[in-house]
Design a protein around this ligand. Sequence first.
Ligand SMILES: CSC[C@@H](O)[C@@H](O)C(=O)COP(=O)(O)O
Length: 352
Amino acid sequence: MLSSSSSMSFQDTVRALEWCEQGLRVLDQRRLPSAVEYQTFGSVRGVAEAISSMRVRGAPAIGIAAAYGVVLAARQRYRENPDTWKETIEADLAELAGSRPTAVNLFWALDRMRSEIRAIDGNPEPRLLQTARIIHDEDIAANRKMGELGASVLVGANGVLTHCNTGSLATGGYGTALGVVRSAYRQGVTRIFATETRPWLQGARLTVWELEQDGIPATLVADSAAAYLMKTGAIQWIAVGADRIAANGDTANKIGTYALAVAARHHGVKFMVVAPTSTIDWRTETGASIKIEEREQRELLNDYFLRPDSVITAWNPVFDVTPAELIDCIVTERGVVWNPDRQAMMALADAR
Ligand SMILES: CSC[C@@H](O)[C@@H](O)C(=O)COP(=O)(O)O
């Protein structure tokens, strides 16, 4: 366990990413909850690998890690040749961009770092590090704001279900949907349910671990128990995060989100998406054009079926798209969009 865990409070949730002189310290999420182990990555290749192997995961955290990865790339490229670093670093940006396809925060962060690169004269490290730190800090501030806004929407509810892990581990700190759950708990939403989130078990390993660190009681359910949970009347809201929100409000998030939204509509349970505006992809008109990542069959298949002569395969899409019409509201740091569609979403673009 984290040595600081007993003193952690709402104000001081676990940090999945920390910058240090040697590079980026990453809490290895593959090992949680049985081991709390940080690794330091001193190269852009290491950071890209940390993202693709899911040591670091969650859309905002992926974007933040990539921004720090750009700092490491610039350190190396500038050292190699101060005259050509702006050209050679493009290969590193491409490597980071190739680490995971669905979370748009990755591409958003790389674009932001690239525009900074264009304006730099001399040693790039101080200025790029400052920008990466700003991206990190802005994400935490956005989470706090969304926590407040989302919790005010949940006033009067007593039960909420969340999916995947959208907490401090998945962000700069505090969390998106889990940030709302954290804030809502303080104002009386005391029945908190988390799905296991198969096959990677972000809920069963990470979300309930984070809640335990905060001393927030929660109940874990199998993904397949969610519709029945809704039927019992135990929850009034579902709160989830997002990996990419299209301009019309269609939302890509962890596989299973779509099924939850369909079941929620059937049972009269309200459905909330919580995400910073860095997760909105204004260039993507609808969810139909969002690239959905598929991961290894081995995440699903029992070892027995991994034999070369087996006729059994597995299909493992790790995200799905929930159509905007199944979403009651999208909570961002710029405000809450009710009944999202293209026009309603534009209010966020205008609020820039
Ligand atoms: C604040 S995190 C929002 C999403 O990134 C989260 O719900 C999710 O789907 C994470 O997927 P993962 O595959 O674990 O990176």
